[in-house]
Ligand binder design. Structure first.
Ligand code: TYM
Length: 331
């Protein structure tokens, strides 16, 4: 059976980008056809300036939202990364396989390090080594597939490279994983700045739809989305990024094809209205279930405890094998 692993970082409130790029597929496809593990990668939230209480709060909130979106603990394993020591145990070994040059070439490192410097903050070493920890997240579980949005492609490529290199040097230990991406909305863009990704760490801006936004807020944000000069509705990422983003969101929410949808709209206003309603409809059941789950935090805790237990059992043999293969004396 195919094994799938993916993760989400508790650095901000989950967005429509997280949902359409990753979470929805985990719920609708991955948990049904594979042995699937999904983790809230809290250690990754410590790579930039952070508030401890907020990370704790966002970790619980992300776990609750994953369940509210429809991940079923009977079908898949939902857990918190820091509850399973195998991630950091393996990460160090992979640091001994990765190179400094590889880390410095990572696009997200370059962007985030520049942002930290701009804000007058020093860049944490963990921001540089982050992709190695992410590779450990994946390789510890022998995952065949990693369902992610477009922005994670380079990180999954690194995990592949490290797996191949480790296997060549020390003997076959790791499954070589591959990224899978959704057909539409693999990169949902910021509604106010449609050439930048809709990112949760950028916080509350009017260009970001959060999964828990009230319907009126969602409508307002989408109706005020920046559109392009011109009037006709065409799908063209380069020349019409604003309209293309709305077409992708609408197609993802309604199961349509963004290029075919163009013909159905004579004006930007009508497209915005339908997109807003489609997003509101998609979020409605998730928000209702979230309210129920918030009333029962002990259920979420129990799911995470059982998930960590299962995750540990799955990862341990592979990580132990890696320790032996690389030359460490068994304890
Ligand atoms: P994170 O927390 O930034 O995002 C979680 C998932 O959501 C996708 N995503 C998007 N997809 C489409 N459009 C967007 N605007 C958008 N924003 C986010 C991401 O591609 C991702 O799939 N490094 C990872 C977390 C991670 C991980 C892992 C993922 C750590 N270890 C192991 C997979 C496997 C991250 O920061 O995702």
């Amino acid at each position: 059976m195919t094994r799938v692993l993916s993760g989400i970082k508790p650095t901000g409130h989950l967005t429509l980008g997280n949902y359409l790029g990753a979470l929805r597929r985990w719920v609708e496809v991955d948990q049904h056809r594979s042995e699937a593990l999904f983790c809230i990668v809290d250690l990754h939230a410590l790579t930039v300036d952070h508030d401890p209480a907020r990370v704790r709060r966002l970790t619980r909130r992300a776990a609750t939202l994953l369940l509210a979106a429809g991940l079923d603990p009977e079908r898949c394993t939902v857990f918190v990364q820091s509850h399973v020591d195998e991630h950091t145990r393996l990460s160090y070994l992979l640091e001994c396989v990765a190179t400094d040059g590889e880390m410095r070439r990572m696009i997200q490192y370059k962007e985030k390090a520049a942002r930290e410097r701009q804000r007058g903050r020093s860049v944490r070493l963990s921001l540089l080594t982050y992709p190695v920890l992410m590779a450990a997240d994946i390789l510890a579980y022998g995952a065949d597939e990693v369902p992610v949005g477009d922005d994670q492609t380079q990180h999954v490529e690194l995990a592949r490279d490290l797996a191949v290199r480790f296997n060549q040097r020390y003997g076959h230990t790791f499954v070589v994983p591959r990224a899978t991406r959704p057909k539409v909305a693999a990169r949902v863009m910021n509604l106010q700045e449609p050439t930048s990704k809709m990112g949760k760490s950028d916080d509350s801006g009017p260009g970001i739809v959060h999964l828990l936004d009230e319907p009126e807020t969602v409508r307002k944000k989408i109706m005020r989305a920046v559109t392009d000069s011109g009037r006709d509705v065409v799908h063209d990422r380069e020349k019409r990024p604003g309209i293309t983003n709305l077409l992708e969101i609408l197609a993802a929410c309604t199961g349509g094809d963004p290029k075919e949808l163009c013909g159905a709209y004579a004006s930007y206003g009508a497209l915005k209205k339908d997109t807003a309603e489609a997003v509101v409809e998609v979020l409605k059941p998730l928000q209702a279930r979230h309210r129920e789950l918030c009333a029962d935090p002990s259920y979420v805790d129990a799911v995470l405890r059982a998930g960590a237990e299962r995750a540990r059992r799955t990862a341990r043999p592979t990580v132990d094998a890696a320790y032996r293969a690389i030359g460490l004396l068994p304890a």
